[in-house]
Design a protein around this ligand. Sequence first.
Ligand code: AMP
Length: 609
Amino acid sequence: MAMRYKDLVLVYEHVRSTTKRLEKTAEIASLLRETPAEDMVKIMLLLKGELYPQWDRRELGVAARQVLKALSLSYGIPIQRIEKDWSRIGDLGSVAEKLSARKTQATLFSRSLTIEDVFSTLRKLAQMEGKGTVDRKTALLGRLLTSATPIEAKYIIRTVLEELRVGIGEGTLRDAIAWAFFPRIKGINDQGEGKGQVQLTSLEELQRHLDDRDMLLVFKEETMAREAYKQLVSKVQRALNIMTDPSLVAELAATKGWRCLDKVTFRIMRPLKVMLAQKVKDEEEGLKRVGRPCIVEYKYDGFRMQIHRDREDIRLFTRRLEEVTAQFPEVIEAVRTHTPAEQFILDAEAVGMDPKTQTYLPFQHVSQRIKRKYRIEELALRLPVEVNVFDILTYQGKSLIERPFKERRKLIERLVDGEQGKIRLSASKVVSTPEEARTFYEKSLEAGNEGIMFKNLDAPYSPGSRVGSMVKLKPVMDTLDLVIIGAEWGEGKRATWLTSFSVACRDEEGNLLGIGKVGTGIKELESEGATFQQMTDLLRPSIIEQKGREVIVKPKVVVELSFEEIQKSTSYSSGYALRFPRLRNLREDRSVEDIADLATVEDLYFSQK
Ligand code: AMP
């Protein structure tokens, strides 16, 4: 039977009302168990308030003004009155709930909305293009609202505005998949009804019972139970890292079971999550962390690029998993001429180059290329990038991620026939002492790079993880990647600009926590770096609330801030504040999932002392 939207809404409400992760997980897991296969992908996306997986660039593109119109249309109330409610209540979802409640008394719903109804209507909204789009979108949304109960209306509007405010992070979704589609384990996740239990005396027996979804596994020792649970979760995590899309992983787990989950492997032309590095404070620590001898490499100040090649088909992806093939014609050309026409996935850093002097430019110069849609060729000539290849993940259809790094490095040395300014191997050297690393570090900085990376010779490639087998060392004052959550209109001659920006980090669950405001580092006039005009243009379409000069925006724009110091503070929800923050870069290559988490902020705070 088709699933009703109401069932999902109830889960939203429960999850929202608790801060306990276990309760959230149990709630979502039981929803997933009841979800029919054909609704699984939709439910998984909607749980996060999304319509498309992360790597898909399509967006809903409905602004708060359109929602106001749709509400007015659907509930027959003048826009001005709704605006008043909005500024009093603050959130358009709650406004919709209230308006709908008033009207509901008069209407009886003929049938409940299904997941399919809501999902397909919202996707239609996202796909509308061309003349009259705004009006057609408003009408379509208005019709959907007419069939929604008050509480459904609230979540429809929040989904439309991409502001679900439920707080379901990737970690919870991962655990919920494990809970839903693997047997439960006594003492860990034994909630709910089952069909019986089995006793296990060793971990080796786990494998035999993985298909018994309704069973409760009882281990004789608690440590064993914990270890077993860890293994189940890591099976899901592994699949997530490779497929990157939780909705597909859930669908696979639900329909095909864990054996298929275990076999998940790369598919060429589908981007996977990249491996990230931890940070060290000096060469000594770098060597200690990755072991000696190790490989050190230049740390280029550009952006991550994943290159997929299947003979003549070449595609490029950013670390947000967005496709940027069209944006970088010169890279396609370079890959075509300087690597063999075979099948592989390379990991690389694309760095801006001054075409005249052939020297590197800082990231901020080329950041505009990532989103550019028009006159791409012209910009490619003015601000070309050089690709520095540092890893390979698959070759001729075979995964290499389990192979030791030194083997992967050897392979790229064979595959990439480098040419300066186009594509080349990352500069690298095998070192054993801090002195050797130091010399290499100085050389790297002199060449205009950010620092160096230390890499363990035997380490596998772990997609999606911040690992200790690859660490980074850079000299600059600390910086944090944060997301803008609010802003303030300027005064006087700056009145048409947003001039002060509230920024947030995230907790483990992906909830956003305020950490400060920044107004410096942004320029009045076009030169390099971000201008107030540019910031305003970027943020204006994302405004979801406005009170006086202050606005709240959808958390989309990621910025890199530098600062003097981190202080404890009661002014922001993170419990910390930045002293003398300054905007260094707009990080268009990063998404809200990439921003600093609270643990990183805390580490920085304690390392200052
Ligand atoms: P950070 O952005 O400070 O966390 O540093 C990690 C990033 O450095 C990676 O995500 C890459 O985009 C970039 N990077 C630059 N050069 C290299 C390299 N040789 N090896 C690995 N990552 C690199």
